[in-house]
Design a protein around this ligand. Structure first.
Ligand code: ACM
Length: 744
């Protein structure tokens, strides 16, 4: 009975998917509120006219510049596109619009130019999704965004990209309805904006000794003069920046500049050392907050910045400012005393509040990373919550606007697949699915505070992204997934439906010559214990759309005749599962090998003699016996982190024969995660006296840089026990991460 209903459901899914693949309007990303298809097509002719309400003129201009016109030669006099301005009372939202496509006319209705630009980008996307650009299907789209802030960030300090690429990036952003470009223009590795009152910011601090960021970072981090044949870097002139602002604006995108302070400012202090606490170049990375000259500098720079960027927000960074120099600086200490500031955090807050006052006086609002909460938030500041969501939650509870930018869900510099299959990245693991499934409104936020979450943004920090080609690879399709997070109501989001639509967007990206990350043929295996069945429930997924996955349970390598995966299945005891994607060309791709173990300790209580580190609590007490194996990232909430020795006791409830025991760890040296020196087991029936100690030594060297996993396993004979003590030696005092104790 169960099977039959699953089957019926599957047929229905198939029909829905099939219907969608034949109807291009339904392929739009982000998904609109409503799409009604109608019969017939609208044809673009050589003499198709575009009419506009006066206030929507710029939408007409954008459409004219973006429509693909493959020199259509045929003509028809009644063919037209009209931009209609909805009246003020129309219930349509600020960025809402409708598009009605009939055989002779496309009518676009919007209240204002911003909404008309969004509608234009929808129409351009529809045309790009067509194989025949001259015709698009008839129908009606009604649309409106979930969030008012939908951003993409780009760090041009670690690596510098030309104006032509920034424009390409803006083109793609606009196609996916992002309305904000957060331009990270200044940071230690290079200042990137011409500032007339401080010319050394560009003549010196926009150029460094090494092309490659990592080599520079590992060197003595020096700058070189503009024109030096060995200099790497560059900057945008004010004219170029204004051109970018205009280009973005024509596409419905606001550019927010970020000028970092008080930290991440090594490049400023190399050129103008008098603004640092030591007064010497190459010593400090933080402005001296006790020196009025710092405020003069900040205000002069921001004055020039505001003349280029008309955005309501000016981003002042505020992140990761070390306070060590301030602690030793007489001027900073005097400033603290004079203003009754109790800590260096309050001194940072003093600086941010002064800068906010200055911005507010100029009718701008201050935006900063979540460190600006420390020491007291400025009265009108908006917070970007990057160290998880906590900063955003706190700011929203204090009635401040928030943009959600959490590292785990929106940092596109992280690996998007198993690191060994990818170019070097900064670390972390952020597959597209995780981006898609992100909901920027935290569940813990009370209803009346949810309105402070203004939106979401994807981050591209570029330490490991030297080329525009690579930048595209890291951005897409994750940014496309994020576009739907920012636009589409949570209840209308569906990952399976999204991936189906995404297939046509891969072709669209090809048309636009974008080097996107291609879906991987790796099979991901998910296992959850089922206490009733006393087995693990196994399911597979792959980034390949509608993947043909074949698997074996006998240790053999899968081939085209192996069992075809169509629904989750159960396995008991210890089973080695091997699963491969088989692509249409008949290639059987490298299998994922997964060891499934429905073991005796699942669900049993664990007493912790030593506690996990509070940064990595995973599932707390239940983590080690929940039957769930951690994934490739220690931030997936299945890995318990330890900075001290590990020492726990499992209570098996009854005296139980133990034939095999193991404790699993990961090692990822680059992130400071190591194997323990050894793992020890001992056994007891009373929980007090433990006997039969066994020690398993580590055999994975710490010179092994690749991500690795090891179960510290031991086969036993003639041992029965109720209590099992498990200890891991962390005398190195680096992070240990462990996910499961397995008892067979
Ligand atoms: C940041 O990633 N330091 C904001």
């Amino acid at each position: 009975m169960k099977k039959l209903s699953g089957f019926v459901l599957c047929i229905m899914c198939f029909q829905i998917l099939n219907a969608q693949t034949t109807t291009p309007l339904t392929q739009l990303i982000p998904k609109p509120i409503s799409i009604k298809e109608a019969s017939g097509v609208f044809t673009f002719y050589k003499n198709t006219t575009i009419e506009n309400a006066p206030a929507l003129l710029n939408a007409k201009k954008l459409l004219q510049s973006q429509l693909i016109n493959y020199n259509f030669s045929s003509t028809k006099n009644s063919s037209k596109i009209i931009f209609i301005q909805a009246n003020a009372k129309d219930p349509i939202t600020k960025e809402g619009y409708s598009i009605n496509i009939t055989p002779n006319t496309i009518s676009i209705t919007a209240k204002n130019i911003q909404a008309a630009l969004l509608a234009t980008n929808t129409l351009v996307q529809i045309q790009l999704l067509q194989s025949n650009a001259q015709q698009i299907p008839c129908g009606t789209i009604i649309d409106s965004p979930r969030f008012e802030y939908r951003g993409m960030h780009l760090d041009v300090s670690r690596n510098f990209y030309p104006v032509s690429f920034i424009k390409k990036y803006l083109d793609i952003m606009s196609l996916y309805k992002f309305n904000t470009f957060h331009w990270h223009l200044t940071d230690g590795p290079g200042w990137r904006l011409q500032i007339n009152s401080y010319p050394k910011l560009t003549s010196m601090s926009a150029f460094r000794t090494h092309n490659d960021w990592k080599s520079w970072w590992n060197s003595n981090r020096k700058y070189l003069s503009e024109g030096d044949p060995n200099a790497y870097g560059g900057y945008y002139t004010q004219e170029q920046a204004k051109d970018i602002v205009a280009y973005a604006g024509a596409r419905g995108i606001t550019v927010i500049p970020e000028i970092e302070m008080p930290g991440h400012s090594e490049e400023v202090l190399a050129a103008y050392p008098e603004l640092s606490c030591s007064g010497k170049p190459y010593v400090n990375d933080v402005f001296c907050a006790g020196n009025e000259a710092s405020f003069v500098f900040i205000e002069k720079v921001l004055t020039e910045v505001m003349a280029i960027f008309p955005s309501k927000y000016i981003h002042i960074g505020g992140d990761e400012a070390g306070k060590g120099a301030w602690k030793k600086c007489p001027k900073c200490q005097l400033r603290m005393k004079d203003n009754s500031l109790k800590s260096e955090e309050e001194l940072q807050s003093y600086l941010v509040k002064r800068v906010e006052k200055f911005l507010n006086k100029n009718n701008r609002n201050l935006l900063g990373w979540d460190e600006i909460l420390e020491g007291g938030l400025s009265p009108n500041a908006t917070v970007m919550s990057w160290r998880g969501e906590q900063g955003g939650i706190q700011a929203a509870l204090e009635n401040h606007d928030v943009i959600m930018t959490p590292g785990g869900e929106t940092y596109f510099d992280a690996y998007q697949n198993v690191p060994s299959t990818q170019p070097e990245a900064i670390g972390g693991y952020l597959p597209m699915k995780r981006v898609y499934n992100y909901n920027p409104v935290p569940a813990v936020l009370p209803k009346d505070k949810q309105k402070f979450i203004k939106g979401v943004q994807g981050q591209l920090w570029t330490e490991y992204i030297p080329t525009t080609y690579h930048l595209e690879y890291m951005s897409f399709p994750r940014a496309i997934a994020l576009s739907e997070v920012g636009w589409t109501a949570n209840e209308n989001k569906n990952f399976a439906d999204f991936t189906q639509r995404l297939q046509s967007h891969y072709l669209l990206l090809q048309k636009l010559n974008v080097n996107y990350y291609h879906p991987s043929t790796i099979v991901e295996v998910f296992s959850t214990p089922d206490m009733k069945e006393q087995k693990n429930k196994i399911s597979f997924s792959s980034e390949i759309f509608n993947a043909n996955i074949r698997y074996t349970l006998d240790g053999s390598t899968p081939n085209i005749n192996s069992i075809k995966y169509d629904q989750p299945f159960y396995v008991g005891g210890e089973v080695t599962i091997k699963a491969s994607v088989i692509t249409n060309d008949g290639v059987v791709h490298d299998p994922t090998i997964y060891y499934s173990n429905y073991h005796k300790a699942i669900g049993k209580k664990v007493k912790f003699n030593t506690l996990w580190d509070k940064s990595y609590p995973a599932q707390t007490e239940s983590t080690l016996t929940n039957g769930i194996i951690g994934s490739i990232t220690y931030s997936d909430k299945q890995w318990l982190g330890y900075l001290i020795d590990f020492d726990v006791v499992v209570d098996m409830e009854n005296v139980t024969p133990v034939n095999k025991i193991g404790l699993r760890f990961m090692q990822y040296v680059g992130a400071g995660v190591y194997m323990p020196k050894s793992v020890s087991y001992s056994f007891s029936n009373d929980g007090i006296n433990f006997t039969n100690p066994i020690k398993v030594d580590n055999n994975i060297p710490d010179t092994d840089k690749k991500l690795s996993f090891k179960t510290f396993e031991s086969q036993l004979s003639n041992i029965s026990a109720r209590f099992i003590r498990v200890q891991a030696d962390n005398s190195r005092r680096q992070f240990l991460f462990t996910d499961e104790i397995m008892v067979n």
